[in-house]
Ligand binder design. Structure first.
Ligand code: IMP
Ligand code: MG
Length: 184
């Protein structure tokens, strides 16, 4: 789905489909270069990372494997609490593996710092993180993010996997919603 399919639901397009595509091409090449001779395991965090995972993986030229996790952050409303529950765990044994966690967006960073520590405790050779988007609050937690697509301002975003009430995930760009969508 494109921005023009949404009529007036979208306020602004912040990153176009073309910009996302060329940034993912760059990240894939960078990751390929750093994992030469290895076969990394890409771990996608459901559901938002589905689009980033698919397109990044398609652009990579080295052999990879893919697995998925689903986690939920306990806590009130839209704020992440840092207390995380695994809803769907990996099927892959991580011992000796080079793991790359693939995320759509890092906001507080709490979910991901928990997840990284959890995967590191399973005996992998390495755990790195790639995210398409990062918001400014992510700088507040101690979390090394190895590959970042775009740094963005602190606004609520939809598209390319990101949802509002489960909608807009299939939008091909990243944008902000018009106030009327929130009932405002
Ligand atoms: P945090 O980094 O622990 O705060 O949690 C990040 C998660 O919150 C992401 O994986 C998204 O699922 C969700 N999230 C954060 N910011 C946004 C946004 O702007 N739009 C949609 N989902 C978001
Ligand atoms: Mg997510």
């Amino acid at each position: 789905m494109e921005a023009r399919d949404l009529n007036d639901d979208l306020d602004q397009v912040l990153i176009t489909a073309e910009q996302i595509d060329s940034r993912l091409t760059e990240l894939a090449a960078q990751i390929d270069g750093e994992y030469e001779g290895k076969e990394p395991l890409l771990v996608g965090v459901l559901r938002g990372a589905a689009m980033v995972m698919a397109n990044l993986a398609l652009k990579m030229r080295s052999p990879i494997q893919m697995d998925w996790m689903a986690v939920s952050s306990y806590g009130s409303g839209t704020k992440s609490s840092g207390v995380v529950r695994i809803l769907k765990d990996l099927d892959t044994d991580l011992v000796g593996r080079d793991v790359i966690i693939v995320e759509d967006i890092i906001d507080s960073g709490l979910t991901l710092s928990w997840l990284k520590a959890n995967l590191e405790s399973r005996g992998p050779n390495s755990v790195k993180i790639v995210t398409l988007l990062r918001k400014p609050d992510a700088a507040k937690v101690k979390l090394d993010v190895d590959y970042v697509g775009f740094d963005l301002p602190n606004e609520f975003l939809v598209g390319y996997g990101l949802d509002y009430a489960e909608r807009y995930r299939n939008l091909d760009c990243i944008g902000t919603l018009a106030p009327h969508v929130y009932g405002g």
